[in-house]
Design a protein around this ligand. Structure first.
Ligand SMILES: Nc1ncnc2c1ncn2[C@@H]1O[C@H](COP(=O)(O)OP(=O)(O)OP(=O)(O)O)[C@@H](O)[C@H]1O
Ligand SMILES: [Mg+2]
Length: 353
């Protein structure tokens, strides 16, 4: 549905040239919800704005639904943009227009008559749950309601693609969730292809099928959300994920020095990730039985789900003789579990000065 080939974007500003995108290749299939995550300045907005030509790439090609967007004239582009809706972090509503008028705006622009507009706006108001707010002004709405207006407006022309640039970044977690749920419903009921730009891994986890991690204008890593979440390869990806998992280390160990050096402490912390049906395998019980002299402390456990696939995360602390610990690592490496060595900590955190 969306194909980016060799996209380069160089901004020419007073402060000099900024190479914002460096050879981006991306393929987003029809009906997919594709997340693009990156730190501030990574190039996310530039990338998404290149899809609807709000920014013209310096080089490369952009295909949307088979149409080469870079080759269109201005008037062809206006036409093509009707099939690409967009929503923004700060909603970009017309403050002097009512909810109804905001949603009707793109239809008015394209010369639709009032009767048709009414027929199109009513179901959109219903879809986003704002039928009773049609005559209110944006200033009278909450952030979540404003974004619902933004979504309805983006859908007015019945687009095939919805671009979301940090659409939930200004919202609290609960409102974020309701907006993400709405986007998913729209994706399913209207067979929309959705591109989600965010700096929050939670948004990716809850909403997206696939994800690309963008860093300094290049795609550092990409794949299904499950794949990237359970087996991140790039440091930047690990960092994004660790934000979600940061509280999993027990309070007693948080902030403690962790070292890869055994002499630093006697407790080896491991993060274990189990996937799918293996999520509740009795692997740990078997490990303890097999490795004589091994002590195993469960420090954190969480069973989660990504798109219906069980996903268990555990942190355990191992102690015992070298032989027992090495035996345990060996045992785990032969099992269907991903093991990440966090490092050694002192056994009694209270004793650390
Ligand atoms: N119009 C512009 N003129 C010059 N430089 C720009 C322009 N727009 C963006 N840039 C630069 O391009 C780079 C990528 O910016 P972009 O807005 O795409 O990042 P982003 O990932 O969306 O960041 P954020 O999370 O803060 O929104 C940055 O270095 C930015 O300063
Ligand atoms: Mg941005």
């Amino acid at each position: 549905m969306i194909k980016l080939i060799g996209i380069e974007k160089i901004y020419d500003s007073a402060a000099g040239k900024v190479h914002a995108l460096k050879g981006i290749d991306l393929h987003i299939a029809r009906g997919e919800i594709y997340g693009i995550i990156g730190l501030s300045g990574a190039g996310k907005s530039t990338l998404v704005r290149c899809i609807n030509m709000l920014e013209r790439p310096t080089a490369g090609k952009v295909f949307v639904d088979g149409q080469d967007m870079t080759a269109l004239t201005e008037s062809e582009l206006r036409q093509a943009r009707k099939s690409i809706g967009m929503i923004f972090q700060h909603f970009n509503l017309l403050s002097s227009a009512t909810v109804y008028e905001n949603i009707a705006f793109p239809l008015k622009l394209s010369g639709t008559d009032d009767t048709t507009i009414r027929k199109k706006v009513s179901p959109l108001l219903e879809l986003v749950g704002l039928s009773d707010k049609a005559n209110q002004y944006p200033a009278q709405l909450s952030g979540g309601q404003k974004q619902r207006v933004g979504i309805a407006r983006a859908l007015a022309n019945r687009p095939k693609v919805l671009l979301c640039d940090e659409a939930t970044s200004a919202l609290d977690p609960q409102t974020t969730k309701s907006i993400l749920d709405l986007i998913r419903v729209i994706n399913e009921t209207m067979s929309l292809t959705v591109v989600v730009i965010t700096h929050e891994m939670q948004v990716i986890k809850e909403l997206c099928d696939k994800v690309a991690v963008i860093s300094d204008g290049v795609i550092a890593e990409r794949g299904s959300v499950l794949e990237v979440f359970t087996n991140p390869r790039h440091d930047i990806t690990k960092e994004f994920i660790s934000v979600l998992l940061s509280n999993e280390l027990p309070a007693a160990f948080r902030g403690n020095e962790i070292s890869q050096d055994r002499t630093h402490g006697s407790l080896l912390l491991l993060r274990l990730i189990f996937l799918g049906e293996r999520a509740d395998d009795p692997v740990l019980a078997e490990m303890i039985r097999t490795c004589k002299g091994l002590e195993c402390t469960m420090l954190f456990g969480n069973l989660d789900e990504i798109h219906g696939v069980p996903f268990g995360r555990f942190i355990i602390g191992l102690s015992g003789e070298d032989e027992a610990i090495n035996g345990a690592l060996n045992f785990l490496s032969g099992r269907d579990v991903r093991v990440e060595v966090i490092g050694y900590v002192r056994r009694n955190p209270a004793a650390v000065d």
